[in-house]
Design a protein around this ligand. Structure first.
Ligand SMILES: [Fe+2]
Length: 207
């Protein structure tokens, strides 16, 4: 409970009486990835997340992009066996990590910035609840950059399609062009089966 939290810690994390009634973690802290491509992965996460190095050694680098001391850390292991969601697609473990942007414009401008650096998504899909772009880091780990379609969990559950549906693929250049043309984000965040493959259950894929 909040009284038990040392004063020095109170500004860092608010107590969280979780949705199921038990005390839940106050936040998700970080992800640590073991990499055989330390320098390449280090630069990739700095570029993709707009992150800065907080601390580093030949063994580890700590990266952050907000008030956390590290959101991503990379563990240098040159002899590590290749892995990653797509290079080893039928192994258990992490499927992807997802980062949410504050709005569609932030996501699309990040897409554009990364494309200029030669970093492009391998899959773009409107899941209904989110508009998502999936990238692969140098080790083949999948990273999702997304924006929510709704302002709250309640709104998502009330007005969104069933969570878990794959959704409708989209062309990021097409979405960026329509955003620049002034189409409201509210419209662009809706699934549009006329502009991409429709993976929703019971729907026929559009050409
Ligand atoms: Fe995801």
């Amino acid at each position: 409970m909040s009284e038990d939290i040392p004063i020095a810690d109170r500004h860092r994390a608010q107590p969280n009486q979780g949705r199921a009634g038990a005390i839940s973690p106050a936040k998700l802290a970080h992800v640590v990835l073991r990499t055989a491509k330390f320098e390449e992965a280090r630069q990739w996460y700095i570029t993709v997340l707009g992150a800065e190095v907080i601390a580093e050694s030949p063994l580890l680098v700590f990266l952050t992009y907000d008030d956390e001391h590290h959101r991503i850390a990379l563990l240098n292991d040159p002899n590590a066996a290749p892995g990653g969601a797509l290079t080893q697609p039928r192994t258990t473990g992490l499927e992807h990590v997802s980062f949410t942007y504050a709005g569609l414009g932030d996501l699309l401008l990040t897409y554009e910035r990364l494309a200029k650096s030669g970093i492009e998504p391998h899959w773009c899909v409107n899941h209904g609840a989110t508009t998502s772009m999936y990238f692969l880091d140098p080790d083949g780990n999948q990273v999702e950059l997304q924006v929510d379609a709704f302002d709250s969990l309640e709104e998502t559950l009330r007005d969104g399609p069933p969570i878990g549906e794959i959704g409708v693929e989209f062309d990021p250049e097409d979405l960026l062009a329509r955003y620049r043309a002034g189409v409201p984000a509210r419209e662009l965040l809706k699934q549009d089966p006329t502009r991409g493959r429709d993976h929703r259950p019971g729907r026929r894929a559009t050409p």
